[in-house]
Design a protein around this ligand. Structure first.
Ligand code: UT7
Length: 330
C-alpha cells in the first residue's frame, strides 16, 4: 500500500525589522493615546522596515536564510517558494521570483498569493498540496508584508494596527502522520469594500488624482471588519475541530492571526482554549498581515513538542478566512 504523504513543517524562520514604532511615537503623529491603543487592540509597538529601496523580499530573504542555516541546506535545494503578501516588491515580477533570485534559489519556481491576512494559511494549504502530490520535496511557504508601505500615517484608525515582518516555514514529505492534517478555507468577495485599497489595480490605475485622494493606502471600516472577524474566525476554528472529532482539550496551541487581541480572545473562548495555550505577540509586532502566523511559529518553535496539535486561524481582507490543523512533526 502506498503510504499517505503529509506536508510536515520541518523548520521555521522569521525576520522583523529593528525599528520599533511605539504607541507614544504614534501619539505625536495622530490624535490617539497609548491607553486607547492597548485596551482596544492589545498593541504596544510594531516594527517598521526603514531604508529607501527596501521591500518585502528583504524580510523574506533572512527568514528563508535562517531555515537554510538550520537545516544545513543549500538554496539550490528549494523546489518552490510561495509568498503570501499584499505588499509585493512590485506588481510584477512576483516577490517570490525576486526573493529566489536574492537567495540563489536557482532551481525553484514560485509565485505570490494575495489573500491579505489569510495569505499564510492559503499559501500553506497550497504548498502542502504540492508536497502531498508527491511531486515536490522541499517547498518554502512565506507570509510577509511591509504594511508601512500602504499605511496612511495620518489615519488614526489604521496606522495604530499595522507593522512589518516576515515568517517562513519549510514543508517536507512525512509518512508518519505529522504535518498539515486539514484546512478549512473560506472567502466572501462581498465583504471586499470594507477593507481594501481603492486604486493601483486595473480598475483604477495610479494617477495624480488617486495619489491626491490617498487611494493607495489601506481603507478599512474597522467595526464592520471586527464584527465579521470575531464571528468567522471563531466559527471556522470550531468547525475544523468538529469535523476532525477534536475538542479544545486535544489542542496544544492556537496560532491566531494577530489583528486585535479581542478577536483572538473570542476565538480562544469559542474552542475552549485557555490564554496559556494561545500564541500572542501582537503587543510587540502589531498586525503584520500575512506575517503574523509564521512569526508566532517562529517565536514559539522551541516550546513546541513533536505530536502537538495546533490550530492556525485567520481572518482578513477579501473577506478571506480559514483554519488549519497541524500535527507538529519536528
Ligand atoms: O487584520 C485584518 C483584519 N482587520 C481587523 O481584524 C481589524 C478589525 N477592527 C479592529 O480591530 C477595530 O475595529 C479597530 C481597532 C480598528 C478600532 O477599534 P473599535 O473598538 O472598533 O473602535 P471604533 O472604530 O468603534 O471607534 C471607537 C471610538 C470612536 O470615537 P467616538 O465616535 O466613539 O467618539 C473613534 O473615533 O474610538 C475613536 N478612535 C480612536 N481614538 C483614539 C478610533 N481610532 C482611534 C485611535 N485613538 N487610534
Amino acid at each position: 500500500m502506498i503510504p499517505t504523504i503529509n506536508a510536515a513543517i520541518t523548520a521555521v524562520g522569521g525576520y522583523v525589522p529593528e525599528y520599533r514604532l511605539t504607541n507614544s511615537e504614534l501619539e505625536k503623529l495622530v490624535d490617539t493615546n497609548d491607553e486607547w491603543i492597548r485596551t482596544r487592540t492589545g498593541i504596544n509597538e510594531r516594527r517598521i522596515l526603514k531604508g529607501a529601496g527596501s521591500g518585502t523580499s528583504d524580510m523574506i530573504v533572512p527568514a528563508v536564510q535562517e531555515i537554510l542555516n538550520k537545516r544545513n541546506m543549500k538554496a539550490e535545494e528549494i523546489d518552490c517558494l510561495i509568498v503570501g503578501t499584499v505588499t509585493p516588491d512590485t506588481i510584477f515580477p512576483s516577490t517570490a521570483n525576486i526573493a529566489c533570485h536574492k537567495l540563489g534559489a536557482v532551481n525553484a519556481w514560485g509565485f505570490d498569493l494575495a489573500a491579505a491576512c489569510s495569505g499564510f494559511l492559503y499559501a500553506l494549504t497550497t504548498g502542502a498540496a504540492l508536497i502531498e502530490s508527491g511531486r515536490y520535496k522541499k517547498v518554502i511557504v512565506a507570509g510577509a508584508d511591509k504594511m508601512s508601505s500602504i499605511v496612511d500615517y495620518s489615519d488614526r484608525t489604521t496606522c495604530i494596527i499595522f507593522g512589518d515582518g516576515a515568517g517562513a516555514v519549510l514543508l517536507e514529505p512525512n509518512t508518519e502522520g505529522y504535518g498539515v492534517l486539514d484546512s478549512l478555507l473560506k472567502s466572501d468577495g462581498g465583504g471586499g469594500h470594507h477593507l481594501h485599497m481603492k486604486a493601483g489595480g486595473s480598475v483604477k490605475p495610479a494617477s495624480i488624482e488617486t495619489v491626491t485622494n490617498k487611494e493607495h493606502f489601506i481603507y478599512q471600516e474597522g467595526q464592520a471588519v471586527f464584527k465579521h472577524a470575531v464571528k468567522d474566525m471563531a466559527d471556522v476554528s470550531y468547525e475544523l475541530l468538529q469535523r476532525n472529532n477534536l475538542t479544545g482539550d486535544d489542542i496544544a496551541w492556537l496560532v491566531p492571526h494577530q489583528a486585535n487581541k479581542r478577536i483572538i480572545d473570542a476565538t480562544a473562548n469559542r474552542i475552549g482554549l485557555p490564554a496559556e495555550k494561545v500564541m500572542l505577540n501582537i503587543q510587540r509586532f502589531g498586525n503584520t498581515t500575512a506575517g503574523t502566523i509564521p512569526l508566532c511559529l517562529w517565536e514559539w518553535q522551541d516550546k513546541l513538542k513533536k505530536g502537538d496539535k495546533l490550530v492556525l486561524a485567520a481572518f482578513g481582507g477579501g473577506f478571506t478566512w480559514g483554519a488549519t490543523l497541524i500535527k507538529w512533526g519536528c
